[in-house]
Design a protein around this ligand. Structure first.
Ligand code: SF4
Ligand code: SF4
Length: 228
């Protein structure tokens, strides 16, 4: 009896195991054949900080304002940069981050005025290196000269347009002032009060009254003398 019971139990267990395996085979895989397959990372995935490459600029837009350096709680960003001859925009010439210290807090992303910082989607950077200082400008070095040249042309064009606009504005203002002056000159004779012919000439001084006054010879005037 024990013999048959053992066989039944074994077959039952085998079928249960095969059933679970068959069930799992129908489910979607949750693993990848790394490194042959790459994972799809979500927007919220946070990896090493990197510089954004903008389509219109064809490079990054770090203007070396140092806001990220100032706010970084880990003091792990080092930037150098400044004015580039011929263009208005400041440019970073050195941008290094020590990712051994970075806590991925994201404060540098928040303060960046040009939105040129982002979390990269790197997920397999682990290796045997002990130095985790990354040069973030490295992928952009080849684009910099071309960018500066384009920016020079663009800045010069903008300056020319601005000067033309200013000249046009000044010309328009001068024309307006001249028109207003001409209109005022035209309107002036009509509005100026005309002196009435019958009215006494108020501009002449009134004849001196000789009431009670003495003549040059010391005698009293006629009117006063006549009344006496
Ligand atoms: S993520 Fe935070 S710690 Fe890392 S570089 Fe930016 S500010 Fe510093
Ligand atoms: S805040 Fe942005 S623009 Fe300013 S230095 Fe940092 S990365 Fe460059």
């Amino acid at each position: 009896m024990n013999y048959f019971t053992s066989i039944t139990t074994g077959v039952k267990s085998l079928l249960t195991g095969l059933g679970i395996t068959a069930g799992q085979m129908r489910r979607k895989n949750v693993t990848l054949q790394y490194p042959h397959e790459k994972p799809e990372l979500t927007k919220a995935y946070r990896s090493l900080i990197s510089l954004v490459q903008f389509d219109d600029l064809e490079t990054h837009d770090c203007v070396a304002c140092m806001q990220c350096v100032k706010i970084c709680p880990s003091f792990c960003i080092e930037i150098e940069g400044g004015k580039v001859e011929g263009i208005k925009r400041m440019r970073a010439s050195k941008f290094e981050v020590d990712f051994a210290l970075c806590s991925m807090c994201g404060l540098c992303l928040d303060v960046c005025p040009t939105d040129t910082l982002e979390y990269s989607k790197l997920y397999d950077e682990a290796d045997g290196r002990r130095d985790w200082v990354f040069d973030l400008l490295d992928p952009f070095r080849n684009f910099e000269d071309e960018f500066v040249e384009k920016q020079r042309v663009s800045d010069a064009k903008l300056a020319k347009e601005k000067a033309a606009k200013k000249a046009a504005s000044l010309k328009a203002k001068a024309e307006k002032a001249a028109t207003e002056a001409a209109a005022a000159a035209k309107a002036e004779p009509a509005t100026k009060p005309q002196p009435a012919e019958d009215s006494p000439d108020t501009t002449d001084p009134a004849p001196p009254s000789n009431n009670g006054a003495k003549n040059s010879n010391g005698s009293i005037g006629e009117n006063q003398g006549g009344s006496e």
